[in-house]
Design a protein around this ligand. Sequence first.
Ligand SMILES: [Zn+2]
Length: 100
Amino acid sequence: MDNYNPKQLYTWYKHENTEEWHLFKTVLNPKKLSTGEIRLFCTRIEEESVCEQMDFSDAASDRLSKVCVREDGARMQAAEILKRTACGNCVATLYSTQEY
Ligand SMILES: [Zn+2]
């Protein structure tokens, strides 16, 4: 995490084999729907999780949500939903970012 950005968005993805959830950096991209409506879609910006232990190609198809969340949101999801299934290293990055 060389370039810490407090506005960075994240999404949790589950590893299909270990069933552990890892954190990926994401961004909101506007896309125009066929109806002409503009919607924001959550898109990954890196192929590796923030702990560098999971490649996105190993992600299970069930997702926590496709919604990008801010750092505090990702922290809350880990604490309230994922609990012990959240990767400890990924969670640690959410708590150590102030140092950067
Ligand atoms: Zn991880």
